[in-house]
Design a protein around this ligand. Structure first.
Ligand SMILES: *[C@@H]1O[C@H](CO)[C@@H](O)[C@H](O)[C@H]1NC(C)=O
Ligand SMILES: *[C@@H]1O[C@H](CO)[C@@H](O)[C@H](O)[C@H]1NC(C)=O
Length: 183
């Protein structure tokens, strides 16, 4: 647990100082929901344009986030991540979802492209802060490229184990242009 707290401090520092050094603003994405807050900074990862995201959500279960070609999970490129309650291992999965509803038609991507920097169970006892990076263009043909246009950002938060249900109000689609920081 000590090392996890240490990671929190480091990653928060990294996130904020990154914004400071690059002069990039931290943009808050309106989720329409106080249970999930999403912010990000534009930057670079290994010389390629990338988005540094931070999600703070009221869950100790899973957090899902991604981009969709539609306004839901159908034809989406999304990451699902959680900390295993038994082993305390971080699980990060990059999926292509072909349908919505249960059971999902989905495929685990051969190339895993969401880089989770840290997942921390916050000291309030109920929430989790997740920091991760995604390249604009992963080079994986099944992925969605981050472009200067309004995109469908999808999110979902639920209990562990993951993907068994999405409680109402804890998942959604946000129309947002990440490059411009506007709707
Ligand atoms: C999200 O932000 C709002 C407004 O600052 C705050 O009231 C709420 O507690 C935050 N939610 C989480 C899960 O941190
Ligand atoms: C979304 O659309 C792009 C462009 O047509 C395509 O390359 C990509 O495979 C699609 N992704 C999914 C998950 O449907």
């Amino acid at each position: 647990m000590i090392s996890k707290n240490f990671t929190t401090v480091l990653s928060l520092w990294a996130f904020l100082s990154f914004a400071f050094v690059t002069g990039q603003e931290v943009t808050i994405i309106p989720t329409g929901n106080d249970l999930i807050n999403i912010s990000y900074v534009l930057g670079q990862l290994e010389g390629q344009p990338a988005v540094y995201f931070e999600i703070r959500a009221e869950t100790r279960g899973y957090i899902g986030f991604g981009f969709s070609n539609q306004t839901c999970m159908t034809n989406s490129d999304a990451m699902v991540t959680w900390m295993d309650w038994v082993t305390f291992e971080l699980v990060v999965q990059d999926w292509t979802f072909y349908t919505t509803g249960t059971p999902y038609e989905r495929e685990l991507d051969q190339q895993q492209d969401w880089r989770v920097e840290s997942l921390v169970w916050n000291e309030d006892g109920v929430s989790t802060t997740l920091s991760f990076v995604r390249l604009y263009n992963t080079g994986d043909p099944v992925d969605i490229i981050i472009e200067d246009k309004t995109m469908n950002l999808i999110f979902s938060v639920g209990e562990w184990p993951a993907l068994h249900h999405h409680p109402i109000g804890r998942s959604g689609n946000i129309l947002f242009n990440l490059i411009q920081g506007t709707k």
